[in-house]
Ligand binder design. Structure first.
Ligand SMILES: NC(=O)c1ccc[n+]([C@@H]2O[C@H](COP(=O)([O-])OP(=O)(O)OC[C@H]3O[C@@H](n4cnc5c(N)ncnc54)[C@H](OP(=O)(O)O)[C@@H]3O)[C@@H](O)[C@H]2O)c1
Length: 273
């Protein structure tokens, strides 16, 4: 699997989103994904299913070293002692000694960012994570994080799909060598049925979802689609045998609108829980 290299981290260009993959489905889909060639798992303590993802990981037969594992610290656990407790819990859930990437799940204005970033650096020093990163950070917060962090920031994980324009955040990340990971790349199921995406898909023998994912990959963004449907697992990996033309990329960009978000930032932690 190709990787995006950013500030020392080598992140496989497609990841498996694991939100809501609970119980047996979580273990089964994780195992199937790894057997199919996925090498990047996107987890979070708040999803409440790291144990199941861990079961799938260990059952897959794929070596731990070959899988890029991301997990996230909940916005309520960003003070240093709580953060360390949360990270140890995630490692125990997943049954791994470290993760590849630890993200601040959502910023929390109640807890000084400097303290949180200090604690994140400490997690790296203690060997619990190989890289650190952020999620749901705005341009202003990215600038602040870069100034405050003693460790390089590998990625900013944000909502991104054809119905959103994330150019400003992308540019702010690029300025500091930070990658962008795209969550909700299928807009939580709002991509299938879109006329433009279906038309473009037809021209390439692909589905609208594959077009939406390719649109991100072609911009150097790392999508982490979630699926509980085995056929979609392989479809979401089959993105490297076609290229969208500049005119098609421009048509897709025109789908972005100011109210295109599917995750409401006002309710964000709950929406992603
Ligand atoms: N950092 C954050 O704050 C944050 C916030 C939200 C999400 N995330 C992460 O990002 C991941 C992805 O986001 P998401 O799960 O919210 O939404 P998503 O991946 O955009 O959408 C998932 C939906 O798309 C459908 N789907 C997937 N592949 C498909 C395909 N090839 N064709 C048709 N439908 C397809 C799935 O249905 P089927 O199951 O039937 O395929 C599911 O209903 C999450 O799982 C989580 O890991 C992070």
């Amino acid at each position: 699997m190709q990787t995006i290299d950013a500030n020392g981290a080598k992140m496989p260009v497609i990841g498996l989103g694991t939100w809501q993959l609970n119980g047996d489905v979580g273990s089964r889909i994780t195992e199937q994904a790894l057997k199919l060639g996925y090498r990047h798992l996107d987890c979070a303590l708040i999803y409440g299913n790291e144990k199941e993802v861990g079961v799938g990981l260990h059952a897959s037969g794929v070596k731990r070293e070959d899988v890029f594992i991301t997990t996230k610290v909940p916005h309520t656990e960003l003070a240093p002692a709580a953060l360390e407790r949360a990270v140890k819990q995630s490692l125990a859930n997943l049954r791994v000694s470290d993760v590849n990437l630890l993200l601040i799940h959502w910023p929390n204005p109640q807890i000084p960012l400097a303290e949180t970033l200090g604690a994140m650096a400490e997690m790296k020093k203690k060997g619990y994570t190989r890289h650190i990163g952020i999620s749901n950070f705005t341009v202003a917060l990215i600038e602040e994080a870069v100034k405050l962090s003693s460790e390089p920031i590998a990625t900013n994980q944000i909502e991104w799909h054809p119905y959103l324009d994330e150019e400003k955040v992308r540019a702010a990340c690029a300025k500091h060598g930070i990658a962008v990971t795209a969550y909700c790349p299928i807009a939580r199921g709002k991509v299938p049925g879109n006329e433009t995406l279906e038309r473009i898909g037809k021209a390439h023998g692909k589905s609208s979802s594959q077009v939406a994912l390719r649109y991100l990959v072609q911009q150097g963004v790392i999508p982490i689609p979630r699926t509980a449907t085995p056929a979609h697992l392989s479809a979401n990996l089959a993105l490297f045998d076609f290229t969208l033309t500049p005119a098609e990329m421009a048509d897709i960009a025109k789908l972005a609108k100011p109210d295109g978000r599917v995750v409401n930032p006002a309710h964000s932690p709950q929406w992603d829980a």
